[in-house]
Design a protein around this ligand. Sequence first.
Ligand code: NAD
Length: 515
Amino acid sequence: MNITEAKKQIMGKLELDDVNSGIFYGEWAKIEGRDTMVSYSPIDGSQIAEVTMATEGDYQKVLDRAQESFKIWRDIPAPQRGLLVKEIGNELRKYKTALGKLVSIEVGKTIVEGEGEVQEMIDIADFALGLSRQFYGLTIVSERPHHRMYEQWLPLGSIGVITSFNFPCAVWAWNAMIAAAAGDICVWKPSSKGALIAIATTKIVNRVVEKFGYPPLFFLVVGRGREVGEWMANDPALPLISFTGSIPTGKRIAENVAKRLGRTILELGGNNAAIVTDQTDMTIALRGVAFGALATAGQRCTTTRRLILHQAIYDEFLTKLKNIFEKVKIGNPLEPGVLVGPLIDEKAVENHLNAIQQAIHQGGKLIFGGEKANIPGLENGHYVIPALIEANPDMDIVKEETFAPILYVMKYRTIEEALEIHNNVPQGLSSAIFTNNLRDEEYFLSPSGSDCGIANANTSTAGAEIGGAFGGEKETGGGRESGSDAWKNYMRRQTVTINYGKDLPLSQGVKFDID
Ligand code: NAD
């Protein structure tokens, strides 16, 4: 299917035009008088549509309206807030195919990955519904007679969500659905590379909000990262900034938010490794490594970028993996059977080619792929052939995240050595071990094992479920979002002490007799 045909199927359904407002402050800001940016498809380089960008005045209007909405939303009982989120999940179910296809067109994911992204939004809405009845606090015993203590969790405020291009709507939903159940208002600055997806998503969810008669809860501010992103990071009206993106930008955001003592959730770059031991189910390991390295053309934060193979299976595993790399279908992600679509833009292609040159220069051996891929009829798309490189763990390039399908392969002898190689990078997002050996698996999960936020045994580094807390350590930023108790980030904790006695005993036995 070509882009023109795909566009015809979905643009009307998603209420998108040739020129779209990128600013939602309760109503859509007018198009006239604002700069626009063009959204291009990485599939064939064609223009999809134009989007207007926010001025500072627009941003201020968004923040003012968000504050007004918060005053109402925070007092709606959480289980009722959950019912709205449930309905958003149901509405998204109706648009799974159309929105999924837009994800394919605008950021180049395969059809199943695009729909999977929408499914993730639906899943987190279901999760947030359940959560809306479970914002539990502790009851604490008091040292003073006739006193009661407990903790309660209260809504935090308007929160800023800044997202990356590679999960153009799922990451927003991870934040927005939990935040809405928690009683917060969401101000979203999406990646400019996924602006149409953000507009379509905002339209879908706001229809539900309107139907319920609530004030606007999900605001949208499309604009340049260094403008809108900076306004948000520096704005004390946003007590929490949840940022998903690259490490350098994340560091900048962290500094700016810290200067005003705000909170951050940082979900930054990964440099994820899979260890394959000498006692492993080869079929599972090969499938898990291939999926981790190649899905989304290597543009997942959880992409497998390093492969650490036991010396006893090194040659056999690598030969079989090379075979998979040779056969995998690269091309138009709208076509069935294609597993590797385009990179997001030409800069990403350049980064891919440069990293490979650097790897070779630093002593790596290219054993497969690495060059640009020319797909007939899609000459203006941004395609590359995934690369397999035998590398040394001390090479500088191996320690960097190149957002492209490059897999560095390394050899180990003992499990201790494997973990040393594994942990020898600045990032700490996801990790995997493929083994049937209980001791190796448990070592990998022990305090001496993987130093990442996510550790998987016999499944890929990529493909997290929403039920767990998602995020990573070290330069990945330490943030946690989505499931488990990540909701606590979106609420403020209040410790409450109630004296129901006829006296005023003080803690620690302190006396303060005024008569
Ligand atoms: P990016 O850092 O280029 O952009 C991310 C967002 O930041 C965009 O919305 C962008 O407009 C905005 N931005 C740019 N400059 C800014 C500034 N000065 N202040 C505030 N915001 C600014 O990242 P990207 O290329 O869109 O995404 C790829 C990166 O994201 C990779 O490093 C990937 O690993 C990471 N990522 C991490 C996770 C995770 O959960 N850990 C998930 C997805 C992506």
